[in-house]
Design a protein around this ligand. Structure first.
Ligand code: NAG
Ligand code: NAG
Ligand code: NAG
Ligand code: NAG
Ligand code: NAG
Ligand code: NAG
Ligand code: NAG
Length: 267
């Protein structure tokens, strides 16, 4: 079990902003070197793996926020958090491909996760298979909620709402906030699935993580649960990029024949 200190995150974040985005290291969360066989992979596996990892890295540089790829019997994918832009995604995936090889130098199956992206590979085909194990649970050790019941209902409503919305998107991703509790304090949440699995599997995956959140995290101010096929995170501070504000419509000169009204007026 891991316990994250919020102060620790703030430090990393501040350090990150001082650097240029190309040198900015992603924020490490976990890695798993999963096969435990005695037999070290052949050099041909190692070189096939590096071909696959290079290919994934180049897919990230082509503005993909998710990609699953296979070559020479090795299966791999990366997923960037739905709100990060392509330059962050690209540098995270590029860093992950190097870091996973140094952390799991002799493994045929491995996973590495950062705040900004995750990367997996295996010599067996896992594409389309919903996987919730291994599962990483982490929460802020600083303080419990002052009024647990209230805040918990708010958290549930926020997270379940985000899950419903995410299942309706191609990205299988949603981040958002809402005021919770009597004090109407704003809380922030994020849910996301890898896009090799379908909507049904994504729903099951996120549902299981929410069950686990109910068990582990009832009184926590912030928590996250990270699994291979999906992840959820809840905090009392903004931890994702706010979506860009759409440009306000320019005033246009009155046209003789305006197009038919095709939507609601902006609020
Ligand atoms: C895989 O990783 C584990 C550590 O998790 C290590 O003990 C093992 O030797 C590695 N290599 C193989 C071939 O399993
Ligand atoms: C690596 O790829 C080559 C084809 O390029 C294949 O013949 C070989 O079996 C692969 N090695 C492993 C260990 O998968
Ligand atoms: C990258 O992808 C995003 C989202 O899919 C899109 O809005 C943007 O225009 C793309 N940028 C480039 C340079 O292709
Ligand atoms: C991507 O996001 C980072 C962090 O918000 C920002 O510093 C950077 O300028 C953005 N890059 C682009 C190309 O939008
Ligand atoms: C938070 O609540 C847990 C039990 O749910 C308790 O063990 C822990 O001591 C509490 N922590 C603080 C800082 O109050
Ligand atoms: C990516 O995964 C899907 C299953 O979710 C599969 O149909 C597709 O062939 C995979 N793509 C590659 C390049 O392997
Ligand atoms: C979703 O994927 C699962 C696992 O591959 C499969 O059993 C199920 O039939 C799929 N559901 C739909 C609606 O495609």
């Amino acid at each position: 079990m891991f316990f994250f200190q919020k102060a620790f995150f703030f430090l990393l974040l501040a350090g990150c902003w001082l650097m240029s985005s190309i040198n900015c290291q992603p924020t490490y969360n976990y890695h798993y070197c999963l096969d435990q066989s005695e037999e070290t992979p052949s050099t041909s596996f190692q070189s096939n793996l590096s071909v696959l990892l290079d290919s994934l890295s180049s897919k990230a540089s082509q503005n993909n926020s998710f990609y699953n790829d296979t070559s020479n019997g090795i299966y791999g994918l990366f997923l960037c958090r739905g709100d990060v832009n392509n330059s962050i995604c690209q540098s995270c995936v590029s860093y992950a491909t190097q870091d996973i090889t140094s952390r799991c130098p002799s493994n045929r199956t491995a996973t590495i996760g950062f705040d900004e992206c995750m990367l997996r590979y295996s010599n067996t085909n896992f594409f389309g298979v919903e996987q919730t194990s291994p599962e990483l649970l982490a929460w802020n050790t600083i303080g419990n909620t002052t009024s647990p019941n209230e805040a918990n209902f708010g958290a549930l409503a926020l997270m379940n709402g985000l899950i419903d919305e995410a299942l309706g998107t191609d990205m299988l991703f949603k981040a958002g906030n809402r005021p919770v509790g009597k004090e109407s304090e704003v809380r922030y949440g994020l849910v996301q699935c890898t896009r090799d699995i379908n909507t049904t599997s994504c729903s099951n995956c996120l549902g299981q993580l929410m069950n686990d959140a109910n068990q582990c995290c009832q009184q926590k101010q912030g928590w996250r649960i990270l699994a291979p096929s999906c992840n959820i995170r809840y905090e009392n501070y903004l931890f994702f990029q706010k979506p860009p504000v759409p440009p306000s419509p320019q005033p246009v000169p009155a046209a003789p024949k305006p197009p038919p009204d095709n939507g609601k007026a902006p609020a």
